[in-house]
Design a protein around this ligand. Structure first.
Ligand code: HEM
Length: 197
C-alpha cells in the first residue's frame, strides 16, 4: 500500500481475457497496462514497474523459449519487486493506521485489510519455492506437460493475490464505517472524558 492508484500490468494474448481483467481492475480504481506477449510485457515492466503483474501468458504462449523467459522473469520480479512491496505495504499500512485516527483495531475495513495483507504475504513467501522450481527448470530446459500442475498452481495463486489486492483497494477507497467493539469502547471512553466538567 502506497497510498496512490495501484498499477497493474496484464500479460495475455487473448483479447477477451485482457478486456475482462482490465474492466474489472479499472472498475476497482486500478491503472491497467496491457502487453500481448511476454517480451512486450518484460519491456513494459522495466519501463514503468507495476504494483502487480498478471502473467496468464506463461500458460498460453506457444513459443517454448518465450515461456522459459516468462518463468525466469517471474522469479526475479517476485523476489525483488513483489515480496519487498508486499512487506512494505504491511509496514506502511500499520504505520498509517497507528499514526492516524483510524487506529489498527477500531474499524473492520482496516482489520480485514490487515488480515488480507498478512495472509497474502505469507502465501507469497510459501509460493517462492514452486516459482523458483519452475525458474530452475526454465533455465535448463523447455517446460513439459509434467510441469503443468505447478504452472496452474502459480496461476491460481496469482489470481487469488489479484483478488486480495482488489478487495483491499476497494475497502480503502470506500472505507466502510463499521466499527469493532474495541473501536466503540475507545470512542465512548473519549466522549465520557470530554463531557466531564
Ligand atoms: C496490499 C495491501 C493494501 C492496499 C492495496 C492498500 C490500499 C490503500 C489505498 C488505495 C488507500 C488510500 C485510500 C484513499 O484514497 O484515501 C489506503 C489507505 C489506508 N490504508 Fe491501506 N492498503 C493496503 C494495506 C493496508 C494495511 C495492511 C493497513 C493496516 C492494517 C492499511 C491501512 C490503511 C489506512 C489506515 C489508510 C487510510 C490513511 C488515511 O486516510 O490517513 N492498509 N490503503
Amino acid at each position: 500500500m502506497f497510498h496512490r492508484q495501484v498499477k497493474v500490468l496484464v500479460i495475455e494474448d487473448d483479447p477477451y481475457i485482457c478486456e475482462l481483467i482490465t474492466l474489472y481492475a479499472e472498475k476497482s480504481g486500478c491503472l491497467v497496462s496491457v502487453a500481448n506477449n511476454g517480451m512486450n510485457g518484460l519491456e513494459m515492466f522495466y519501463d514503468t514497474p507495476p504494483d502487480l503483474v498478471i502473467a496468464v501468458a506463461g500458460m498460453t504462449i506457444q513459443d517454448a523459449q518465450m515461456v522459459r523467459a516468462v518463468y525466469l522473469g517471474l522469479e526475479l520480479i517476485t523476489r525483488f519487486v513483489i515480496v519487498p512491496f508486499g512487506l512494505a505495504s504491511l509496514l506502511t499500512g500499520v504505520i498509517s493506521s497507528l499514526g492516524t485516527e483510524w487506529g489498527l483495531f477500531r474499524y473492520y475495513w482496516i482489520l480485514i485489510k490487515l488480515v488480507i495483507t498478512i495472509l497474502s504475504t505469507i502465501g507469497l513467501l510459501v509460493h517462492l519455492k514452486p516459482i523458483s522450481y519452475l525458474a530452475g527448470i526454465a533455465a535448463e530446459r523447455t517446460l513439459s506437460s509434467a510441469d503443468h500442475p505447478m504452472q496452474i498452481q502459480i496461476m491460481i495463486v496469482s489470481g487469488a493475490a489479484l483478488l486480495a489486492l482488489l478487495v483491499a483497494t476497494t475497502l480503502s477507497v470506500y472505507k466502510p464505517r463499521g466499527m469493532t467493539s474495541y473501536g466503540w469502547r475507545k470512542q465512548h471512553g473519549r466522549r465520557k472524558v470530554s463531557q466531564q466538567p
